[in-house]
Design a protein around this ligand. Structure first.
Ligand SMILES: C[S@@+](CC[C@H](N)C(=O)[O-])C[C@H]1O[C@@H](n2cnc3c(N)ncnc32)[C@H](O)[C@@H]1O
Length: 273
């Protein structure tokens, strides 16, 4: 059986559940499907044994960044584009208001499951709204924009995590253009992608080959140079952190681990000018 892109969202939830302390996601276990363990094991053997931990660093980065923004005192609206099975609202203060966008099947499944988990007390109740959207389509972007009329007076933070890899450059530009349009001065864009230097590494080539075989992916795998973010019109790049750097800080990887040996992803914190 082949994997689908939404399955990748389940698999990384599995990673977080296996490492809930460092991933900062004690609720990821709600998505665990034992049938996925075989993919987790296979990916570790065929692509990279460190991917599980580095993915957890990604979640940790976004969790801690949202926590920091919540601490700034303003009313915060988080718009998570391609949210998958991420669980930020439930692990953070109830003050956070969230809109999650993803494909129809992911949204329908998640919405129904969250309603069940909240009703049986497995999850705290949070202010989350879901919208089934192809975030690259202008018609869908316009529907999402309409929702924002209900959140006047909120500082917005858009998160795009684990998504650009699967989009082509034109689609990424369309998503960024949409972000530029809906964000006001001082709002935040948190984005994540691989940098260019990974393209020639053996581990990235293994990843591409694996996805072409198992995801029936057409080979579209986009990497973005740091200069893409540095030069984004209308945005100011404040900082970037890599998942390897975060894993090193927590001493989760061997000291001599080289960037070229792992699927190192970069997280960017941009402020709308
Ligand atoms: C690898 S998962 C990442 C999920 C989550 N952001 C995380 O990092 O845990 C990619 C997610 O992006 C969603 N996605 C990919 N392309 C999309 C698009 N064009 N529109 C909406 N969602 C998309 C997929 O359905 C999936 O849930």
């Amino acid at each position: 059986m082949a994997l689908s892109i939404p399955d990748t969202a389940f698999i990384i939830a599995y990673y977080r559940a296996n490492n809930e302390l460092v991933s900062c996601d004690p609720y990821a276990k709600l998505w665990v499907r034992p049938s996925l363990q075989k993919w987790v094991n296979e990916f570790a053997t065929k692509v990279s044994e460190y991917d599980e931990l580095l993915h957890c660093m990604r979640n940790r980065y976004f969790h801690l960044t949202l926590e920091e923004l919540l601490g700034s005192g303003s009313k915060l609206l988080c718009i998570n584009l391609g949210a998958g099975f991420s669980m930020y609202p439930y692990n953070l203060s109830e003050d956070l208001v969230t809109i999650e966008a993803d494909f129809d099947d992911v949204v329908a499944f998640k919405k129904e499951a969250i309603a069940r988990f909240t009703a049986d007390g497995s999850l705290p109740s949070r202010k989350v709204r879901w919208i089934n959207t192809d975030i690259t389509r202008q018609e869908d972007q316009a529907r999402l924009k309409t929702l924002l009329n209900d959140y006047k007076g909120y500082r917005k933070v858009i998160m795009i995590e684990g998504v650009f890899f699967f989009l082509n450059q034109g689609q990424i530009n369309s998503v960024i253009e949409f972000c530029r349009e809906i964000l006001n001065t001082g709002d935040i864009l948190l984005a994540e992608s691989f940098e260019e230097q990974i393209k020639e590494t053996a581990v990235f080539i293994r990843l591409k080959t694996y996805f072409e075989k198992e995801l029936h992916s057409d080979g579209t795998t986009t990497t973005l140079p740091r200069s893409f973010y540095e030069e984004l019109p209308g945005f100011n790049l404040k900082r970037s952190n890599s998942t390897l750097e975060l894993a090193r800080e927590l001493e989760l990887v061997p000291e001599d681990m080289q960037e070229s040996e792992v699927l190192n992803e970069y997280c960017y914190f941009l402020v709308r000018e």
